[in-house]
Design a protein around this ligand. Structure first.
Ligand code: ZN
Ligand code: ZN
Length: 281
């Protein structure tokens, strides 16, 4: 049985412009207090030019700063200092980013994030679909999910997941059923276990396995009462059947109180299926 332990690999500290002003230090203190062995921070990194005015920012020294500006050195320095401080107390601290990908910024991302800054954990996310609409923003999700059939949506969405995997830049994929949060409000099919797009998942998981990548069990649906892991256990079993043996756990916390929310649900799902927990340590 691969090792299972409590971690959180999807945390938005104050650097994320859409997060509360809770700091790396405050998250580390709480992580230690609730018994996590590892925490990996993942501020949003949205450098896609067509949505730069909308999403292309971080918070640096309290100021709204372009995500492509010079903040990464300070961010990584803060994480490294935290790792040095907390390591002997039993907590490892890593520097990740949650990244929206498109082919036109591939070389920029590789140069800036992989070569220059050696980000520990490149977490690829699909938030944006046609015309830069965001599946995680209720008003935009309404347009997407009322105007597109699930089958057309899945074709588009999973093609974007393919691009993340094929880019070779990423270690992990975030909230792979991210369309469920708001999709179910407009079409119950998105929550129907019988209608899970297994064909897409099989293709994705076979590639994730071959590339030595992982994906996350995202726990943010425990914040708004849906109280299920993302992806659900049927999909996690499919990942196991495709050879994947370790998955990351991520709360997607944007404020301190959501750190490691429902982490036990992820740990228990892993134990039932035989999956280990992904670790950079
Ligand atoms: Zn996300
Ligand atoms: Zn996130």
């Amino acid at each position: 049985m691969p090792p299972v332990f409590k971690t959180d690999y999807h945390v938005h500290p104050d650097y994320s412009y859409d997060a509360a002003r809770d700091t790396i230090e405050e998250y580390c203190e709480r992580a230690l207090a609730i018994g996590l062995s590892e925490i990996c921070f993942t501020p949003h990194y949205t450098a896609i030019p067509s949505v730069a005015d909308k999403f292309g920012f971080v918070r640096h020294k309290g100021e709204k700063t372009p995500v492509t500006g010079g903040w990464l050195g300070d961010y990584i320095g803060e994480v490294r200092a935290a790792d040095a401080r907390y390591r002997d107390k039993g907590l490892r601290v890593f520097a990740g980013l949650e990244i929206d990908y498109c082919g036109s910024i591939h070389d920029f991302l590789k140069k800036r994030l992989t070569d220059e800054h050696q980000i520990d954990y490149m977490l690829g996310s699909v938030h944006l679909v046609n015309d830069g609409l965001d599946i995680m923003i209720p008003s935009e999700a309404e347009i997407i999910f009322t105007q597109t059939s699930p089958s057309d949506f899945y074709d588009f969405y999973f093609a974007e997941v393919d691009k993340i995997i094929d880019s070779g830049l990423f270690k992990s994929i975030a909230h792979i059923e991210g369309y469920k949060r708001y999709g179910v409000r407009h079409n119950p099919d998105y929550a129907d276990a019988g209608l899970i797009p297994y064909g897409h998942f099989e293709r994705i998981f076979n590639k994730v396995f071959k590339k030595g990548m992982t994906f996350e069990i995202n726990l943010s649906l425990f914040r708004d009462g849906q109280n299920v892991t993302n992806p659900v256990e049927e999909v996690l079993k499919m990942a196991y059947d495709c050879g994947i043996r370790s998955v990351a756990i991520g709360s997607d916390a944007h404020r301190l109180k959501d750190l490691a929310i429902a982490v036990e649900s992820a740990v228990e799902a892993c134990r039932r299926i035989g999956l280990g927990v992904f670790s950079l340590a």
